[in-house]
Ligand binder design. Structure first.
Ligand code: FAQ
Length: 329
C-alpha cells in the first residue's frame, strides 16, 4: 500500500497541454497562492510527493534525536543538560506534528514507520554522522539547525495547508535551537586551547555533511522541478545551499573558526561566496545505508519500536474498551 503512495514523480513536469481540466484548475489554485487542504481534490503525484517529503521530514526529526540524546547524560552542567533535554523533546514534537500532517493525506503513522524500518523511506543524511565531543552538540545546533531553518522558513509558504502550518511552529523552535548551538560554540571558542580545538574539529567534521542536507545538486535533483511547480518546495537545493553558506561564513569568522574549504572566498561580482561542493559520492553512499552511523541509527529506532509494542497494544486495548463502554451507555 505504502509503495503505491510514494512512487517517484520523476524529473519531468507536465505542461499545461498535458494536464486534464481538473489538473489545470488545481495548478491555477497553486499559482494563485491558495492553500490546498486535505479534503480538496489533488493529483495523485502531489499527494505522493507530499507523503514522501513530509514523512521523510518527520523521520528526520525523530532519528535526529539520537545524536544529541547521546550527550544528555554527559552535558557539562545542569543548565546545559536542561537545555539539551528541552531541545531533544522539541524534535520529538516536530516529528509528531509532521506525522499528523502526513496522516491527513491518507497514510497512517504506523505505515510510515514500517516504511522507514524496512528501508523504503529515508531520513536526513546528516544524522548518520557520530557526535564525538560536546562541541558536536554546538555544531549541530549552529549548523544543522541553521541549515534546517534555511530549508524550512520558505516551506511555511508551501501550498499544502497542514504542512505549512506545522512549519510555522517548527521554525520558531528551530530558531531557539540554532541560538543555543551558537552559544555553545561561543563558550568553546572563548575557553581553553583544547576547547577551541574541539570547536574547530566539530566544524571540520560537520561542515560538508551540513551542506549535503539541502539535497543533491540541482542537476541531480529528481523531484525539484515538479515539487517547485506545485509549491511543495519553494527553492532549489543549490539556491538554499548558497544562502546557507552566505549566512554561515561570517558567523564562523566571528567565532574565529576556519571553514574547512580553501576555495571559500567572497565573490563581489555575484554578491555571495564561492565554495566547494560536498563529496557527492559520500552523500550517495550515506543514502545507500553506508554512512558511519546508518546501522546504529536505524537499529535504535527498530529496537525502540519493537520494545514499545506492548505499550501501543495496551493503549489500543484500553481505547477499544472505553469506546465499547461509551457506546453501551
Ligand atoms: N538526506 O530530488 P531531490 C532537521 C533524497 S530536519 C537523505 O532533490 P527532494 C531538524 C531525496 O529524498 C532535516 N535523503 O529530493 C533537526 C530523493 O530520494 P527519494 C530534514 C536525501 O525531496 C535538527 C533523492 O535524494 N529536513 O534537521 C537528502 O526534492 C537537529 C533526490 O533528491 C527536511 O526533510 C538528504 N539530505 O529534496 C532535528 C525538509 N537530500 O525520496 C534534530 C523537507 C535528498 O526519491 C536535530 N524536505 N535526498 O528516494 C526537503 O526540503 C526536501 O525533501 C530535500 C530533498 C531538500 C531534503
Amino acid at each position: 500500500m505504502y509503495a503505491q503512495m510514494v512512487k517517484s514523480t520523476g524529473k519531468s513536469v507536465k505542461s499545461r497541454d498535458e494536464m486534464s481540466a481538473k489538473e489545470a484548475r488545481f495548478q491555477d489554485r497553486i499559482d494563485a497562492g491558495e492553500k490546498i487542504e486535505p479534503k480538496d481534490w489533488m493529483p495523485e503525484g502531489y499527494r505522493k510527493t507530499l507523503i514522501r517529503q513530509i514523512g521523510q521530514h518527520a523521520h528526520s526529526e525523530i532519528v535526529g534525536q539520537l545524536p544529541e540524546g547521546n550527550w544528555i547524560t554527559r552535558a557539562p552542567s545542569l543548565a546545559r543538560k536542561a537545555i539539551l533535554i528541552a531541545k531533544v523533546q522539541d524534535e520529538a514534537g516536530h516529528g509528531l506534528y509532521l506525522y499528523c500532517a502526513a496522516e491527513t493525506l491518507g497514510v497512517s503513522r504506523d505505515e510510515l514507520t514500517e516504511a522507514l524500518h524496512d528501508g523504503r523511506m529515508k531520513y536526513s543524511s546528516i544524522f548518520n554522522y557520530p557526535t564525538l565531543t560536546w562541541a558536536d552538540i554546538g555544531a549541530i545546533g549552529w549548523l544543522v539547525d541553521g541549515a534546517a531553518i534555511m530549508n524550512q522558513v520558505p516551506l511555511q509558504r508551501c501550498s499544502f495547508g497542514p504542512y505549512s502550518r506545522a512549519m510555522i511552529r517548527i521554525c520558531k523552535e528551530e530558531s531557539f535551537h540554532q541560538r543555543q548551538g551558537f552559544d555553545i560554540m561561543m563558550k568553546m571558542v572563548n575557553g581553553t586551547e583544547a576547547q577551541r580545538a574541539m570547536a574547530q574539529d566539530a566544524l571540520n567534521r560537520f561542515w560538508y555533511p551540513s551542506l549535503m542536507m539541502f539535497g543533491p545538486s540541482d542537476k541531480d535533483s529528481v523531484h525539484s522541478a515538479q515539487s517547485m511547480a506545485w509549491k511543495i518546495k519553494m527553492n532549489t537545493n543549490d539556491e538554499l545551499r548558497r544562502k546557507f553558506v552566505d549566512q554561515t561564513a561570517p558567523q564562523a569568522e566571528y567565532l574565529g573558526l576556519t571553514i574547512p574549504d580553501k576555495n571559500l572566498k567572497w565573490n563581489d561580482k555575484k554578491g555571495g561566496y564561492d565554495f566547494s561542493e560536498p563529496d557527492w559520492e559520500e552523500f550517495f553512499e550515506v543514502l545507500r545505508g553506508n554512512g558511519p552511523m546508518n546501522k546504529e541509527r536505524l537499529g535504535a529506532r527498530v529496537k525502540a519500536w519493537d520494545e514499545g509494542a506492548w505499550v501501543r497494544e495496551g493503549l489500543m486495548a484500553n481505547a477499544e474498551k472505553r469506546t465499547a463502554r461509551m457506546a453501551a451507555e
